[in-house]
Ligand binder design. Sequence first.
Ligand SMILES: Cc1cc2nc3c(=O)[nH]c(=O)nc-3n(C[C@H](O)[C@H](O)[C@H](O)COP(=O)(O)OP(=O)(O)OC[C@H]3O[C@@H](n4cnc5c(N)ncnc54)[C@H](O)[C@@H]3O)c2cc1C
Length: 523
Amino acid sequence: MMHASQTPELAADVVIVGYGPVGATLANLLGLRGIKTLVLEREASVYHLPRAVHFDDEVMRIFETAGLSEAIRSGVTLSPGMRFIDRDGKLLLDWSRPPETTPSGWPPSFRFHQPSLESILRDGLKRWTCVSAMTRSDAFALDEDACGVRVRFEDMNTGKLVACHAKYVVGCDGARSLVRRFMGVAMDDLGFHERWLVLDFLLSRPRPDLGDYSVQFCDPVRPATYVRGVGDRRRWEIALLADEESQVMTAAERIWPLLRRWVTPDDGTIERAAVYTFHSVVANCWRRSRLLLAGDSAHQTPPFLGQGMCAGIRDASNLAWKLADVVTGRASDALLDSYESERSPHVREYIERAVRLGGIINTKNTREALAALGRKGDETIKFTSAKPRLGAGLWASDDTLAGQLAPQPQLGNGARLDAAVGYEFALLATQTFVQTLTQKTRATIQDRRIRIVDDPILQDWLHASDICAAVVRPDRYVLGTARSEERLMELLRLLQLPASARHPTPRGDRPRRADGLTSARDP
Ligand SMILES: Cc1cc2nc3c(=O)[nH]c(=O)nc-3n(C[C@H](O)[C@H](O)[C@H](O)COP(=O)(O)OP(=O)(O)OC[C@H]3O[C@@H](n4cnc5c(N)ncnc54)[C@H](O)[C@@H]3O)c2cc1C
């Protein structure tokens, strides 16, 4: 169809602006659900230099859901963890990550090469005819109307201006997000802003003495980080001093003296040197009507926990099934409000932890930061990082397991739980509980397209948690648990499709329910 101005007009359910790791993951998950999606990317190809170097078990689980973990795992290595040492080489904090599989079914920590990962994510889209991606396509305007958003962009391959009409637009367009600007959203500042010189190094000869652990050098003169990358790649991130100009510090004659303590030109070459200002910010609104934010457009963190991209991939996993349910009429538009309410506090928790770790590396605050982590005297802190719970949303707030990740065991038939369930809701239950369900409850379960899994392997977790059943969402977070059929029905009512869902309702605040359940699906 041609618009009055003769601008070619495309149509999609969802337009994603930005084809970085977050946009590409979101597109894969929407493809899995058959949602007509267009991805727009300004650049011609994947950004060729790595930024992120680490992701965790939950993120690998999301890639597994997207059907890409097999392709990704061959290019990653396991990370043994991170150590913080002072200027005398004394170990201050030990964050070892044993390689054992976590309850999510993957080892806790991976090192990877970001451009290779992004290529795999992009290749993954070839599986979905409902998803297309246009590179060299620069989005410059968003115009909302009663039934959607018109995204205008320049197709730099042809020089033409093109428009696409979509029901929803997700800005996965990075720190300087255009979508965020159109939403008129400000960022909450969590207080950390520092310039660091990031040096990617390619070893030309083995240097096993550099080690496999990441190391934070809590050096009073110049804090620094060492990360062992995949293959011959090594990374140093070095804090810049206030009077050091960014442009000057990326020159070879300034870099080699900084690296001398670890490597010299005889050891290899500098692949790139760039100065980044690490920020700690969260957008104060992630959704305005039909516009949403995900990834760096919604939040940025100092990299000390290696969680910036991870948080964005979690955004994609939280958002994709909600968008899919809304555009297919399985849920009301109000469901999308639970995206920000669940994700924003979760990512804030990670950013605040990263800032606290930054306080240890930043020598001015080392003593206080270690004390805040519970250090007494000279002891080494053994650090572990429990995963935060989701913020309030579509899960039962009166339930200790709800809002947290469900485990992923291997079932008796050899299949992994997530593969058996797909990107759908699941009821994990004891066989006795399933056998005694009434016809009415079974019909409700079927109606909500919930997959029942009562494999005996689940019994240990169910018994240890003192429950008979758990309803798990497509993003693998527990919606709620039950010891009785009555409680199960309460949980299933959260997934009830309101009559208004066929005509998406405008967003608005919904009252909290007296029974401790918060339902983003209630109109
Ligand atoms: C030095 C460093 C180390 C890091 N280490 C880690 C780590 O170990 N682990 C981790 O999880 N995270 C880490 N991060 C963070 C991680 O790199 C980012 O969080 C992640 O890359 C963000 O992904 P994204 O898809 O949200 O945004 P981006 O990767 O920035 O992608 C946004 C895309 O949108 C495109 N775009 C922008 N505007 C438009 C427009 N108007 N039209 C069309 N396209 C547009 C851009 O060209 C870009 O391709 C690190 C970051 C840095 C800088």
